[in-house]
Design a protein around this ligand. Structure first.
Ligand code: SF4
Length: 171
């Protein structure tokens, strides 16, 4: 998916469930992964969202004090326009960016387009949702296989470093 448009299912402001602190969550439509038991099946079709210009999305999601989360759906399906958006967020604001993906960190790094987007993000919640690994007390994720990864530290150390502010929670 390319171009200056993003296919957006929803923008949720002041949420505390998609990452640390108050965040604005950008729900991207489209998912080509198809996890069994997915709670967002209605987002699998990219056309279930509506096309918004990148600049319009930028204005909507950066208007308040909150940080940003890219979620879906599968954000990597729109990696190219999301990269343009993330570059703008990093250039003009001090907001951090969390991104959710059904792809693993390793898979993302092996894809040129996906890794370009990842490198602009601060935290990645990675991996498919597995019903058999579901626990309802997990913080910021749905199944125990998923990892909450500190992207910058992981890239610096060339190995996965889990995001750290979660010692009191299951990860
Ligand atoms: S990656 Fe996310 S949106 Fe896609 S099928 Fe899996 S849980 Fe659902």
């Amino acid at each position: 998916m390319s171009g200056k448009f993003l296919y957006v299912a929803d923008i949720v402001e002041n949420t505390i469930v998609d990452g640390i602190g108050f965040r604005t969550s950008l729900y991207l439509s489209g998912c080509d992964i198809g996890c069994e038991g997915c709670h967002n099946k209605e987002l699998w079709d990219i056309n279930s969202g509506h096309a918004m210009e990148i600049d319009e999305v930028f204005e909507k999601i950066t208007g308040s004090f909150t940080n940003i989360t890219f979620i879906g759906g599968e954000p990597m399906m729109q990696a190219e326009p999301l990269t343009v958006l993330a570059e703008k967020i990093k250039a003009y604001t001090r907001k951090d960016i969390w991104i959710y993906s059904g792809h693993t960190y390793e898979e993302i790094l092996h894809n040129k387009e996906y890794s370009k987007l990842l490198k602009l993000c601060d935290v990645l919640v990675d991996g498919k949702f597995y019903k058999s690994y579901f626990q309802n007390n997990l913080r910021f994720k749905g199944s125990t296989n998923q990892r909450i990864i500190d992207v910058k530290k992981s890239l610096d150390k060339n190995k996965i470093v889990l995001w750290s502010d979660e010692s009191d929670f299951n990860i």
